[in-house]
Ligand binder design. Structure first.
Ligand code: GDP
Ligand code: IMO
Ligand code: MG
Length: 434
């Protein structure tokens, strides 16, 4: 038995979906524990691409059960769309395959309206959110006025809560932002209709995960976003509104911390970021364009161009600390082919001082410059390599340098988007935290 958590070690889009899909064949259950449909996880199997926003990336394996934990914020409209979309691809997302926590909070139309109105009002100082209502939904959860999945089972309660919340939200939307108010009736009608469709999926995720742990079954916890988008540990305020770090696998599903055996940090071989916020290693030259183009770095949720830069190891080292990462998966290594020389950031410089940690003060982080180490690149196509030894010498040296800097072993190397374009040196389901 082994329970594995997958977390993003950078600013999201590290390739978590691909790794979760890959490891799902070893898992009885795959469970999402935070975030919402701000996530876009891409899986490519036999040339067919699927992008998942809410349903866990284990859904392509017919024997894997997928769960959405209490820590996730759920837009029911998107969830139903995703279920239908998968069904049209002959993946039947029945209640036998998918369960939804009764304690998860629901994203409501007013959350999206507030998210977008706030971004519009902020103008140049906007966060660059995905506009999916994530922040406002978590705000309501913490303010204790949120609407939970369980409320879908009681239409009267649902109606009352929507009406009450709308009085406050409409005041805010109209008087503060100058936006149009939302009408309660169509929202109530729509949510009551969706409740009927979703009811068979609703259950107690904590009980189910706990049962699986007791039976000794393998569980895969699928993180969304990345450590530097974490509301506590990220580049605040340019972050998301949840905690994408590994500890949330417990609070976001309802199990204890002793149940986690292995924390896999997903590290893209270079760095990307969507939305605003400091980015020490950002490249705005032709090298950045090369990474953006070769890496097809467009947001899987919003389609926005991702900002690109060299690998930032202080950023990843910070992530390894706050997550307790036990092994790393390096993704998109193939994208670096043809770039020579390569650079890796090993520390920051600020006002003549060398810094090895990511500072909390945003103005300090924004004025840091990277201290790079140069590494010889390679020109060989590595996308067909299936063992570490099949990689060119310089590629192996790049991987070894990352391992050596972080003092963490590499368990997986991804050399292409396809499931089988992978080198697995150590299956995280076999290894335990010692
Ligand atoms: P996630 O949000 O962490 O799941 O990552 P995304 O799906 O948003 O972005 C990762 C992108 O890189 C997707 O388009 C993947 O298909 C693709 N990808 C994943 N691993 C590799 C890889 O090793 N090489 C290449 N070239 N593409 C990859
Ligand atoms: P996955 O799971 C990359 C970013 C947004 C924005 C900030 C806040 O695919 O890695 P939000 O809508 O969450 O309030 O936006 O967070 N962001 C992501 N960036 N990958 C993601 O998810 C992201 N989810 C949110 O671009 O900068
Ligand atoms: Mg993504």
């Amino acid at each position: 038995m082994s329970n594995v958590v997958i977390v993003g070690a950078q600013w999201g889009d590290e390739g978590k979906g691909k790794v979760v899909d890959l490891l799902s064949s070893y898992a009885k259950i795959v469970v999402r524990f935070q975030g919402g449909n701000n996530a876009g996880h891409t899986l490519v199997v036999n040339g067919v691409q699927s992008i998942l926003h809410l349903i866990p990336s284990g859904i392509l394996y017919k024997d894997t059960r997928c769960l959405i934990g209490n820590g996730v914020v759920v837009d029911p409209e998107i969830l139903l769309e995703e279920i239908k979309d998968l069904s049209s691809k002959k993946i039947d997302v029945t209640p036998e395959r998918l369960g939804l926590s009764e304690r998860a909070h629901l994203i409501m139309p007013y959350h999206k309206a507030i998210d977008m109105a706030r971004e519009k009002a902020k103008g140049v100082s906007q966060i660059g959110t995905t506009g999916r209502g994530i922040g406002p939904c978590y705000e309501d959860k913490i303010s204790r006025i949120g609407i939970r999945v369980i409320d879908l089972t009681e239409p009267n309660v649902l109606e009352e809560k929507i009406e009450e919340n709308l009085r406050e939200k409409n005041f805010y939307l109209t008087n503060f932002f100058g936006e149009e108010p939302l009408k309660a009736d169509p929202i109530i009608e729509r949510y009551v209709a969706m409740a009927k469709e979703l009811e068979p999926y609703i259950l107690d995720v904590s009980m189910e995960v706990d049962g699986a742990i007791r039976r000794g079954e393998n569980i895969l916890f699928e993180g969304a976003q990345g450590t530097h988008l974490d509301i506590d540990h990220g580049t605040y305020p340019f972050v998301t509104s949840s905690n994408p770090v590994a500890a949330t696998a417990c609070t976001g599903t309802g199990i204890g911390p002793k149940s986690l055996n292995s924390i896999v940090g997903i590290v893209k071989a270079y760095t990307t970021r969507v939305g605003k916020g400091p980015f020490v290693c950002e490249l705005t030259d032709e090298c950045g364009d090369f990474l953006q183009g070769r890496g097809k770095e467009f947001g899987a949720t919003t389609g926005r161009k991702r900002r690109c830069g060299w690998l930032d190891l202080p950023l990843v080292k910070y992530s390894s600390r706050v997550n307790g990462i036990t092994s790393i998966a390096i993704t998109k290594l193939d994208v670096l082919t043809g770039l020579n020389p390569l650079k890796i950031c090993i520390a920051y410089e600020n006002q003549g001082k060398t810094m090895e940690n990511v500072p909390a003060k945003l103005s300090t982080l924004s004025s840091c410059t990277p201290i790079y180490e140069q590494i010889d690149g390679w020109n060989e196509d590595i996308s067909e390599a299936r063992t570490f030894d099949e990689l060119p010498k310089n590629t192996r040296a790049y991987v070894k340098r990352i391992e050596e800097f972080l003092h963490i072993p590499v368990c997986i190397i991804s050399v292409g988007p396809e499931r089988d374009q992978t080198i697995t040196s150590n299956n995280p389901f076999n290894g335990d935290i010692s």
